[in-house]
Design a protein around this ligand. Structure first.
Ligand SMILES: [Zn+2]
Length: 507
Protein backbone atom coordinates (compact mmCIF):
# COMPACT_ATOMS: atom_id res chain seq x y z
CA UNK A 1 0.00 0.00 0.00
CA UNK A 2 1.55 3.29 -1.05
CA UNK A 3 1.03 6.61 0.66
CA UNK A 4 -1.90 8.71 -0.59
CA UNK A 5 -0.84 11.83 -2.50
CA UNK A 6 -2.65 15.14 -2.22
CA UNK A 7 -1.84 17.71 -4.91
CA UNK A 8 -3.02 21.04 -3.53
CA UNK A 9 -4.00 24.29 -5.17
CA UNK A 10 -3.14 23.42 -8.78
CA UNK A 11 -4.85 24.32 -12.04
CA UNK A 12 -6.69 21.08 -12.78
CA UNK A 13 -7.52 20.30 -16.40
CA UNK A 14 -9.81 17.29 -16.07
CA UNK A 15 -10.42 16.83 -19.78
CA UNK A 16 -10.74 18.78 -23.04
CA UNK A 17 -14.27 19.97 -22.35
CA UNK A 18 -14.39 20.86 -18.66
CA UNK A 19 -13.33 24.35 -17.62
CA UNK A 20 -9.99 24.28 -15.76
CA UNK A 21 -10.35 24.31 -12.00
CA UNK A 22 -8.00 26.94 -10.59
CA UNK A 23 -6.86 26.31 -7.04
CA UNK A 24 -7.95 22.69 -7.29
CA UNK A 25 -6.82 19.65 -5.32
CA UNK A 26 -6.39 16.07 -6.51
CA UNK A 27 -6.36 13.22 -4.02
CA UNK A 28 -4.65 10.07 -5.25
CA UNK A 29 -5.10 6.81 -3.37
CA UNK A 30 -4.19 3.23 -4.32
CA UNK A 31 -3.21 4.24 -7.84
CA UNK A 32 -6.48 5.96 -8.62
CA UNK A 33 -7.95 9.42 -8.32
CA UNK A 34 -10.03 9.45 -5.13
CA UNK A 35 -11.33 13.01 -5.37
CA UNK A 36 -10.94 16.32 -7.20
CA UNK A 37 -12.13 19.56 -5.64
CA UNK A 38 -11.21 22.53 -3.53
CA UNK A 39 -9.73 22.32 -0.04
CA UNK A 40 -9.78 18.53 0.17
CA UNK A 41 -8.85 17.11 3.56
CA UNK A 42 -5.47 15.39 3.68
CA UNK A 43 -5.70 11.74 4.76
CA UNK A 44 -3.33 10.67 7.48
CA UNK A 45 0.16 10.02 6.18
CA UNK A 46 -0.52 11.60 2.79
CA UNK A 47 2.30 13.13 0.80
CA UNK A 48 1.37 16.76 0.17
CA UNK A 49 2.40 18.27 -3.17
CA UNK A 50 2.27 22.04 -3.42
CA UNK A 51 0.54 22.61 -6.76
CA UNK A 52 0.49 26.40 -6.57
CA UNK A 53 2.73 26.63 -9.65
CA UNK A 54 1.51 23.47 -11.37
CA UNK A 55 -1.05 22.59 -14.03
CA UNK A 56 -2.39 19.03 -13.78
CA UNK A 57 -3.53 17.31 -16.98
CA UNK A 58 -4.39 13.71 -17.82
CA UNK A 59 -1.28 11.94 -19.12
CA UNK A 60 -1.15 11.61 -22.90
CA UNK A 61 -1.84 8.41 -24.78
CA UNK A 62 0.44 8.06 -27.79
CA UNK A 63 -1.72 5.71 -29.82
CA UNK A 64 0.78 4.74 -32.51
CA UNK A 65 4.53 4.25 -32.24
CA UNK A 66 7.29 1.98 -33.56
CA UNK A 67 9.93 2.11 -30.84
CA UNK A 68 12.15 -0.18 -32.92
CA UNK A 69 13.00 2.87 -35.07
CA UNK A 70 14.42 4.80 -32.11
CA UNK A 71 18.02 4.60 -33.31
CA UNK A 72 17.05 6.09 -36.71
CA UNK A 73 15.86 9.56 -35.68
CA UNK A 74 16.99 11.93 -38.42
CA UNK A 75 18.41 9.16 -40.61
CA UNK A 76 16.15 9.87 -43.61
CA UNK A 77 14.39 12.75 -45.35
CA UNK A 78 12.46 13.39 -48.55
CA UNK A 79 11.40 9.76 -48.88
CA UNK A 80 7.79 8.70 -49.40
CA UNK A 81 6.65 5.68 -47.41
CA UNK A 82 7.54 2.90 -49.86
CA UNK A 83 11.15 4.01 -50.55
CA UNK A 84 11.50 4.84 -46.85
CA UNK A 85 10.35 1.31 -45.95
CA UNK A 86 13.05 -0.09 -48.22
CA UNK A 87 15.62 1.96 -46.27
CA UNK A 88 14.39 1.42 -42.72
CA UNK A 89 13.26 -2.21 -43.24
CA UNK A 90 15.57 -3.40 -46.04
CA UNK A 91 15.15 -6.93 -47.43
CA UNK A 92 18.86 -7.60 -46.93
CA UNK A 93 21.18 -6.36 -44.20
CA UNK A 94 18.51 -5.89 -41.52
CA UNK A 95 20.29 -5.84 -38.16
CA UNK A 96 19.85 -8.49 -35.49
CA UNK A 97 20.12 -6.94 -32.05
CA UNK A 98 20.74 -8.41 -28.62
CA UNK A 99 17.90 -8.36 -26.07
CA UNK A 100 19.78 -5.61 -24.23
CA UNK A 101 19.92 -3.49 -27.41
CA UNK A 102 16.16 -3.93 -27.83
CA UNK A 103 15.81 -2.87 -24.20
CA UNK A 104 17.89 0.27 -24.70
CA UNK A 105 16.05 1.19 -27.88
CA UNK A 106 12.71 0.79 -26.10
CA UNK A 107 14.06 2.80 -23.18
CA UNK A 108 15.06 5.68 -25.48
CA UNK A 109 11.48 5.77 -26.74
CA UNK A 110 10.10 5.51 -23.21
CA UNK A 111 12.25 8.40 -21.96
CA UNK A 112 11.22 10.70 -24.80
CA UNK A 113 7.61 9.68 -24.26
CA UNK A 114 7.44 10.28 -20.52
CA UNK A 115 9.36 13.55 -20.83
CA UNK A 116 6.59 14.78 -23.14
CA UNK A 117 3.82 13.78 -20.73
CA UNK A 118 2.96 10.40 -22.25
CA UNK A 119 1.69 7.91 -19.68
CA UNK A 120 0.40 5.26 -22.11
CA UNK A 121 2.20 4.11 -25.22
CA UNK A 122 0.74 1.91 -27.94
CA UNK A 123 3.92 0.44 -29.41
CA UNK A 124 3.57 -1.43 -32.69
CA UNK A 125 6.82 -3.29 -32.46
CA UNK A 126 8.21 -4.33 -35.83
CA UNK A 127 10.72 -7.12 -35.44
CA UNK A 128 10.92 -9.05 -38.72
CA UNK A 129 12.92 -12.00 -37.42
CA UNK A 130 10.16 -12.50 -34.82
CA UNK A 131 12.38 -13.83 -32.06
CA UNK A 132 11.10 -13.45 -28.48
CA UNK A 133 14.00 -11.16 -27.47
CA UNK A 134 12.64 -8.23 -29.46
CA UNK A 135 9.47 -7.88 -27.46
CA UNK A 136 10.95 -9.09 -24.17
CA UNK A 137 13.70 -6.46 -24.32
CA UNK A 138 11.39 -3.62 -25.30
CA UNK A 139 8.58 -4.31 -22.84
CA UNK A 140 11.08 -4.86 -20.01
CA UNK A 141 12.19 -1.25 -20.52
CA UNK A 142 8.59 -0.07 -20.13
CA UNK A 143 8.22 -2.22 -17.00
CA UNK A 144 11.39 -0.80 -15.44
CA UNK A 145 10.64 2.87 -16.14
CA UNK A 146 6.98 2.50 -15.06
CA UNK A 147 5.27 3.32 -18.35
CA UNK A 148 1.82 1.97 -19.23
CA UNK A 149 2.17 0.22 -22.57
CA UNK A 150 0.32 -1.92 -25.02
CA UNK A 151 2.77 -3.68 -27.31
CA UNK A 152 1.85 -5.46 -30.49
CA UNK A 153 3.79 -8.12 -32.27
CA UNK A 154 3.67 -6.68 -35.76
CA UNK A 155 2.82 -9.46 -38.21
CA UNK A 156 3.69 -9.51 -41.90
CA UNK A 157 3.41 -12.79 -43.77
CA UNK A 158 2.31 -11.89 -47.31
CA UNK A 159 4.81 -12.02 -50.16
CA UNK A 160 5.98 -8.78 -51.78
CA UNK A 161 3.92 -9.31 -54.93
CA UNK A 162 0.82 -9.23 -52.71
CA UNK A 163 1.95 -6.19 -50.76
CA UNK A 164 3.04 -3.99 -53.66
CA UNK A 165 1.33 -3.28 -56.98
CA UNK A 166 3.25 -3.93 -60.25
CA UNK A 167 5.91 -5.85 -58.30
CA UNK A 168 6.20 -8.73 -60.76
CA UNK A 169 6.35 -6.39 -63.74
CA UNK A 170 8.94 -4.00 -62.30
CA UNK A 171 11.24 -6.09 -60.08
CA UNK A 172 13.58 -8.38 -62.10
CA UNK A 173 13.01 -12.13 -61.72
CA UNK A 174 16.44 -12.73 -60.22
CA UNK A 175 15.87 -10.20 -57.44
CA UNK A 176 12.37 -11.49 -56.82
CA UNK A 177 13.80 -14.98 -56.39
CA UNK A 178 16.45 -13.69 -54.00
CA UNK A 179 13.84 -11.92 -51.87
CA UNK A 180 11.51 -14.93 -51.97
CA UNK A 181 14.36 -17.16 -50.72
CA UNK A 182 13.89 -15.71 -47.23
CA UNK A 183 10.95 -17.73 -45.93
CA UNK A 184 7.97 -15.78 -44.60
CA UNK A 185 6.67 -16.71 -41.17
CA UNK A 186 3.70 -19.04 -41.27
CA UNK A 187 0.35 -18.14 -39.72
CA UNK A 188 0.94 -20.78 -37.06
CA UNK A 189 4.39 -19.43 -36.16
CA UNK A 190 3.03 -15.88 -35.78
CA UNK A 191 0.07 -17.03 -33.71
CA UNK A 192 2.38 -19.10 -31.48
CA UNK A 193 4.62 -16.07 -30.96
CA UNK A 194 1.59 -13.96 -30.03
CA UNK A 195 0.42 -16.61 -27.52
CA UNK A 196 3.89 -16.78 -26.00
CA UNK A 197 4.02 -13.01 -25.48
CA UNK A 198 0.42 -12.88 -24.28
CA UNK A 199 1.03 -15.57 -21.65
CA UNK A 200 4.23 -13.93 -20.44
CA UNK A 201 3.33 -10.24 -20.45
CA UNK A 202 -0.38 -9.51 -20.72
CA UNK A 203 -1.61 -7.90 -17.50
CA UNK A 204 1.82 -7.70 -15.90
CA UNK A 205 2.91 -4.77 -13.69
CA UNK A 206 -0.56 -4.39 -12.16
CA UNK A 207 -2.07 -4.33 -15.64
CA UNK A 208 0.17 -1.56 -16.93
CA UNK A 209 1.61 -3.88 -19.56
CA UNK A 210 -0.48 -5.55 -22.20
CA UNK A 211 -0.26 -7.22 -25.57
CA UNK A 212 -2.35 -6.13 -28.55
CA UNK A 213 -2.78 -7.56 -32.02
CA UNK A 214 -0.80 -5.98 -34.83
CA UNK A 215 -1.35 -7.32 -38.34
CA UNK A 216 0.84 -4.85 -40.24
CA UNK A 217 -1.58 -4.07 -43.07
CA UNK A 218 -4.32 -5.82 -45.09
CA UNK A 219 -1.98 -6.20 -48.07
CA UNK A 220 0.83 -7.53 -45.86
CA UNK A 221 -1.13 -10.37 -44.23
CA UNK A 222 -2.97 -13.40 -45.56
CA UNK A 223 -6.77 -13.22 -45.19
CA UNK A 224 -6.57 -16.39 -43.06
CA UNK A 225 -4.18 -14.75 -40.61
CA UNK A 226 -6.33 -11.62 -40.42
CA UNK A 227 -9.41 -13.69 -39.62
CA UNK A 228 -7.59 -15.79 -37.02
CA UNK A 229 -6.43 -12.61 -35.27
CA UNK A 230 -9.91 -11.16 -35.49
CA UNK A 231 -11.28 -14.20 -33.65
CA UNK A 232 -8.69 -13.77 -30.89
CA UNK A 233 -9.53 -10.06 -30.62
CA UNK A 234 -13.22 -10.88 -30.21
CA UNK A 235 -12.68 -13.72 -27.71
CA UNK A 236 -10.34 -11.71 -25.45
CA UNK A 237 -11.62 -8.20 -26.24
CA UNK A 238 -8.21 -7.05 -27.46
CA UNK A 239 -7.35 -4.04 -29.57
CA UNK A 240 -6.15 -4.72 -33.09
CA UNK A 241 -3.95 -2.09 -34.73
CA UNK A 242 -3.31 -2.12 -38.47
CA UNK A 243 -1.89 0.29 -41.06
CA UNK A 244 -4.60 1.08 -43.59
CA UNK A 245 -4.47 3.35 -46.63
CA UNK A 246 -1.52 5.45 -45.56
CA UNK A 247 -0.42 6.25 -49.13
CA UNK A 248 -1.77 6.59 -52.63
CA UNK A 249 0.28 3.52 -53.57
CA UNK A 250 -1.78 1.57 -51.04
CA UNK A 251 -5.03 2.91 -52.49
CA UNK A 252 -3.84 1.64 -55.88
CA UNK A 253 -2.84 -1.66 -54.22
CA UNK A 254 -6.44 -2.19 -53.13
CA UNK A 255 -7.72 -1.55 -56.65
CA UNK A 256 -5.12 -3.84 -58.28
CA UNK A 257 -5.11 -6.63 -55.67
CA UNK A 258 -8.73 -6.83 -54.56
CA UNK A 259 -10.66 -4.64 -57.00
CA UNK A 260 -11.93 -2.65 -54.00
CA UNK A 261 -10.62 -0.38 -51.31
CA UNK A 262 -8.60 -1.90 -48.48
CA UNK A 263 -11.31 -0.80 -46.03
CA UNK A 264 -13.90 -2.67 -48.09
CA UNK A 265 -11.56 -5.69 -48.11
CA UNK A 266 -11.41 -5.59 -44.29
CA UNK A 267 -15.17 -5.13 -44.11
CA UNK A 268 -15.74 -8.17 -46.33
CA UNK A 269 -13.39 -10.26 -44.14
CA UNK A 270 -15.37 -9.25 -41.05
CA UNK A 271 -12.55 -7.22 -39.52
CA UNK A 272 -14.30 -3.88 -39.39
CA UNK A 273 -15.25 -3.73 -35.71
CA UNK A 274 -14.92 -1.27 -32.84
CA UNK A 275 -11.81 -3.18 -31.71
CA UNK A 276 -9.96 -2.20 -34.88
CA UNK A 277 -7.69 0.83 -35.01
CA UNK A 278 -6.55 1.87 -38.47
CA UNK A 279 -3.26 3.72 -38.48
CA UNK A 280 -3.17 6.74 -40.83
CA UNK A 281 -6.38 6.08 -42.85
CA UNK A 282 -5.67 8.88 -45.32
CA UNK A 283 -6.68 7.59 -48.77
CA UNK A 284 -10.26 6.78 -47.87
CA UNK A 285 -13.40 7.01 -49.94
CA UNK A 286 -16.63 8.41 -48.59
CA UNK A 287 -18.01 4.88 -48.57
CA UNK A 288 -15.03 3.74 -46.46
CA UNK A 289 -15.65 6.51 -43.95
CA UNK A 290 -19.35 5.64 -43.68
CA UNK A 291 -18.51 1.97 -43.05
CA UNK A 292 -15.91 2.89 -40.43
CA UNK A 293 -18.31 5.24 -38.68
CA UNK A 294 -21.08 2.64 -38.65
CA UNK A 295 -18.96 0.27 -36.52
CA UNK A 296 -17.25 3.00 -34.48
CA UNK A 297 -13.71 1.85 -35.14
CA UNK A 298 -10.66 3.97 -34.30
CA UNK A 299 -8.07 5.74 -36.41
CA UNK A 300 -4.67 7.04 -35.39
CA UNK A 301 -3.84 10.40 -36.89
CA UNK A 302 -0.08 10.87 -37.26
CA UNK A 303 0.39 14.35 -38.72
CA UNK A 304 4.17 14.56 -38.16
CA UNK A 305 4.81 11.33 -40.03
CA UNK A 306 2.23 12.00 -42.73
CA UNK A 307 3.74 15.37 -43.60
CA UNK A 308 7.34 14.16 -43.43
CA UNK A 309 6.64 11.25 -45.79
CA UNK A 310 4.31 13.34 -47.96
CA UNK A 311 1.60 10.71 -47.43
CA UNK A 312 -1.31 13.15 -47.31
CA UNK A 313 -3.64 14.38 -44.61
CA UNK A 314 -6.09 12.23 -42.70
CA UNK A 315 -9.68 13.50 -43.17
CA UNK A 316 -10.13 13.87 -39.42
CA UNK A 317 -13.19 16.10 -39.47
CA UNK A 318 -15.07 13.78 -41.84
CA UNK A 319 -14.10 10.75 -39.73
CA UNK A 320 -15.21 12.36 -36.48
CA UNK A 321 -18.49 13.48 -38.00
CA UNK A 322 -19.07 9.89 -39.16
CA UNK A 323 -18.54 8.55 -35.62
CA UNK A 324 -14.96 7.28 -35.90
CA UNK A 325 -12.77 7.63 -32.80
CA UNK A 326 -9.63 9.49 -33.95
CA UNK A 327 -6.51 9.44 -31.73
CA UNK A 328 -3.45 11.63 -32.25
CA UNK A 329 -0.10 9.84 -32.32
CA UNK A 330 3.49 10.40 -33.35
CA UNK A 331 4.05 7.23 -35.42
CA UNK A 332 7.51 5.64 -35.44
CA UNK A 333 10.71 7.41 -34.55
CA UNK A 334 12.12 7.22 -38.10
CA UNK A 335 9.12 8.88 -39.75
CA UNK A 336 8.12 11.64 -37.35
CA UNK A 337 11.07 11.52 -36.07
CA UNK A 338 10.23 11.76 -32.40
CA UNK A 339 8.22 10.28 -29.56
CA UNK A 340 7.30 13.76 -28.32
CA UNK A 341 3.51 13.80 -28.11
CA UNK A 342 3.38 17.58 -27.58
CA UNK A 343 4.72 18.01 -31.13
CA UNK A 344 1.96 15.79 -32.53
CA UNK A 345 -0.62 17.58 -30.39
CA UNK A 346 0.51 20.96 -31.73
CA UNK A 347 0.52 19.91 -35.38
CA UNK A 348 -2.90 18.24 -35.18
CA UNK A 349 -4.30 21.43 -33.64
CA UNK A 350 -2.95 23.55 -36.51
CA UNK A 351 -2.79 21.46 -39.67
CA UNK A 352 -6.46 21.10 -40.47
CA UNK A 353 -7.09 24.82 -40.62
CA UNK A 354 -5.41 24.83 -44.03
CA UNK A 355 -7.97 22.48 -45.55
CA UNK A 356 -10.85 24.92 -45.83
CA UNK A 357 -11.83 28.56 -45.43
CA UNK A 358 -14.88 27.30 -43.51
CA UNK A 359 -13.73 27.68 -39.91
CA UNK A 360 -16.54 25.40 -38.69
CA UNK A 361 -14.57 22.44 -40.08
CA UNK A 362 -11.34 23.34 -38.28
CA UNK A 363 -9.82 21.29 -35.51
CA UNK A 364 -8.27 23.25 -32.69
CA UNK A 365 -6.47 22.82 -29.41
CA UNK A 366 -9.35 21.26 -27.50
CA UNK A 367 -10.08 18.57 -30.05
CA UNK A 368 -6.39 17.80 -30.47
CA UNK A 369 -6.07 17.47 -26.69
CA UNK A 370 -9.11 15.18 -26.55
CA UNK A 371 -7.60 13.05 -29.34
CA UNK A 372 -4.29 12.86 -27.43
CA UNK A 373 -5.98 11.66 -24.24
CA UNK A 374 -9.50 10.16 -24.23
CA UNK A 375 -9.53 9.05 -27.86
CA UNK A 376 -6.15 7.38 -27.45
CA UNK A 377 -7.42 5.52 -24.39
CA UNK A 378 -10.42 4.29 -26.36
CA UNK A 379 -8.18 3.14 -29.21
CA UNK A 380 -6.14 1.13 -26.69
CA UNK A 381 -9.38 -0.19 -25.16
CA UNK A 382 -8.44 1.02 -21.69
CA UNK A 383 -11.54 2.42 -20.02
CA UNK A 384 -10.12 4.06 -16.91
CA UNK A 385 -7.49 6.45 -18.28
CA UNK A 386 -7.56 9.60 -20.42
CA UNK A 387 -9.43 11.92 -18.03
CA UNK A 388 -8.94 13.15 -14.50
CA UNK A 389 -11.98 12.05 -12.53
CA UNK A 390 -12.73 9.98 -9.42
CA UNK A 391 -12.20 6.24 -9.99
CA UNK A 392 -9.92 6.84 -12.97
CA UNK A 393 -6.33 5.63 -12.78
CA UNK A 394 -4.04 8.40 -11.58
CA UNK A 395 -2.05 8.88 -14.81
CA UNK A 396 -1.25 12.57 -14.46
CA UNK A 397 1.24 14.99 -16.01
CA UNK A 398 2.10 18.05 -13.92
CA UNK A 399 3.15 21.05 -15.99
CA UNK A 400 5.34 23.88 -14.79
CA UNK A 401 3.07 26.94 -14.63
CA UNK A 402 6.16 29.14 -14.47
CA UNK A 403 7.10 28.19 -18.05
CA UNK A 404 7.33 31.42 -20.06
CA UNK A 405 4.70 30.16 -22.49
CA UNK A 406 2.11 30.02 -19.71
CA UNK A 407 2.46 33.77 -18.91
CA UNK A 408 -0.30 34.76 -18.37
CA UNK A 409 -2.43 31.65 -18.15
CA UNK A 410 -5.27 32.37 -20.56
CA UNK A 411 -6.08 28.77 -21.44
CA UNK A 412 -3.87 25.83 -20.40
CA UNK A 413 -4.87 23.56 -23.28
CA UNK A 414 -4.34 26.23 -25.93
CA UNK A 415 -1.00 27.20 -24.42
CA UNK A 416 0.05 23.56 -24.22
CA UNK A 417 -0.73 23.27 -27.94
CA UNK A 418 0.65 26.57 -29.12
CA UNK A 419 2.96 28.23 -26.58
CA UNK A 420 5.10 25.75 -24.68
CA UNK A 421 7.08 22.66 -25.58
CA UNK A 422 7.36 19.36 -23.77
CA UNK A 423 9.92 20.82 -21.36
CA UNK A 424 6.93 22.29 -19.57
CA UNK A 425 6.17 18.75 -18.35
CA UNK A 426 7.73 18.62 -14.88
CA UNK A 427 6.39 15.52 -13.15
CA UNK A 428 4.60 12.41 -14.38
CA UNK A 429 2.53 9.99 -12.30
CA UNK A 430 1.39 6.63 -13.59
CA UNK A 431 -0.96 4.51 -11.47
CA UNK A 432 -0.59 7.17 -8.78
CA UNK A 433 3.20 6.89 -8.49
CA UNK A 434 5.80 9.35 -9.67
CA UNK A 435 7.80 7.96 -12.60
CA UNK A 436 9.34 11.37 -13.36
CA UNK A 437 9.96 14.04 -10.76
CA UNK A 438 11.42 17.44 -11.63
CA UNK A 439 12.30 15.90 -15.03
CA UNK A 440 14.31 13.01 -13.55
CA UNK A 441 13.13 9.42 -13.83
CA UNK A 442 12.49 7.95 -10.41
CA UNK A 443 12.75 4.20 -11.08
CA UNK A 444 15.96 3.88 -13.08
CA UNK A 445 19.47 5.24 -12.90
CA UNK A 446 18.84 7.68 -15.70
CA UNK A 447 22.41 8.91 -16.16
CA UNK A 448 23.77 5.39 -16.45
CA UNK A 449 21.04 4.22 -18.80
CA UNK A 450 21.40 7.29 -21.03
CA UNK A 451 25.12 6.64 -21.36
CA UNK A 452 24.42 3.05 -22.32
CA UNK A 453 21.74 4.15 -24.82
CA UNK A 454 24.17 6.62 -26.41
CA UNK A 455 26.84 3.94 -26.84
CA UNK A 456 24.41 1.37 -28.29
CA UNK A 457 22.79 3.93 -30.60
CA UNK A 458 26.19 5.04 -31.88
CA UNK A 459 27.13 1.41 -32.54
CA UNK A 460 23.89 1.10 -34.54
CA UNK A 461 24.78 4.20 -36.58
CA UNK A 462 28.25 2.93 -37.39
CA UNK A 463 27.57 -0.79 -37.85
CA UNK A 464 23.92 -1.32 -38.78
CA UNK A 465 23.02 1.70 -40.89
CA UNK A 466 25.63 1.12 -43.66
CA UNK A 467 24.57 -2.54 -44.01
CA UNK A 468 20.91 -1.50 -44.15
CA UNK A 469 21.71 1.13 -46.81
CA UNK A 470 23.62 -1.46 -48.83
CA UNK A 471 20.71 -3.91 -48.66
CA UNK A 472 18.18 -1.18 -49.49
CA UNK A 473 20.18 0.00 -52.53
CA UNK A 474 19.56 -3.33 -54.27
CA UNK A 475 15.80 -2.83 -54.14
CA UNK A 476 15.42 0.97 -54.17
CA UNK A 477 15.35 1.62 -57.96
CA UNK A 478 12.45 -0.79 -58.36
CA UNK A 479 10.54 0.48 -55.33
CA UNK A 480 10.98 4.01 -56.63
CA UNK A 481 9.60 2.85 -59.99
CA UNK A 482 6.60 1.20 -58.28
CA UNK A 483 5.95 4.39 -56.33
CA UNK A 484 6.20 6.51 -59.50
CA UNK A 485 3.83 4.27 -61.41
CA UNK A 486 1.27 3.95 -58.61
CA UNK A 487 1.18 7.66 -57.88
CA UNK A 488 0.67 8.42 -61.59
CA UNK A 489 -2.43 6.18 -61.71
CA UNK A 490 -5.92 7.59 -61.55
CA UNK A 491 -7.98 6.55 -58.57
CA UNK A 492 -11.54 5.45 -59.02
CA UNK A 493 -14.22 8.01 -58.10
CA UNK A 494 -14.98 8.53 -54.43
CA UNK A 495 -11.63 9.79 -53.22
CA UNK A 496 -12.63 13.44 -53.37
CA UNK A 497 -12.46 13.88 -49.60
CA UNK A 498 -8.72 13.39 -49.80
CA UNK A 499 -7.91 16.41 -51.86
CA UNK A 500 -6.22 19.16 -49.95
CA UNK A 501 -5.47 21.62 -52.71
CA UNK A 502 -3.95 24.32 -50.58
CA UNK A 503 -1.31 21.91 -49.25
CA UNK A 504 -0.59 20.15 -52.50
CA UNK A 505 -2.14 18.04 -55.16
CA UNK A 506 -2.46 14.58 -53.71
CA UNK A 507 -4.86 13.34 -56.36
ZN1 LIG B 1 3.08 2.82 -38.21
Amino acid sequence: MTRPILIQNAVVVADAHTAPLRGGDILVRDGRIAAIGKNLAAPEGAEIIDGTRLIAIPGFVNAHMHSNEAFEQGAYDNLPLEPWLAMSYPPFGFPELSERAHYLRGMLCALESIRSGVTTLQDDLIHPSATPEGLDGTISAYRDVGLRARVTVSMWNAPMDYALPFYEEIVPAELRARIAATPLPTDDALLALFERHYAKWHGQSDGRLGIALGPCAPQRCSPELLQALNRIAAERDLAMHMHVLETKTQAITGQVLFGKTLVRHLHDLGLLTERLTMNHAIWLTEDDIARMGAVGCSVTHNPLSNLKLGSGVCPVRALRLAGVNVAVATDGMATSDTADQVEALRLAAMLHKIESFDTSTWLGAKESFEMSTESGAKSCRIGDIGRLAPEMRADIALLDADHLGFQPLHDPIRQLCFSVNSEAVRDVLIDGAFVMRARRMTRIDESAIRAEIAAEAERFRIEAIPKMAEGAAILRPYIDAIHARATAQALKPGHEVLRVPRIGNFS
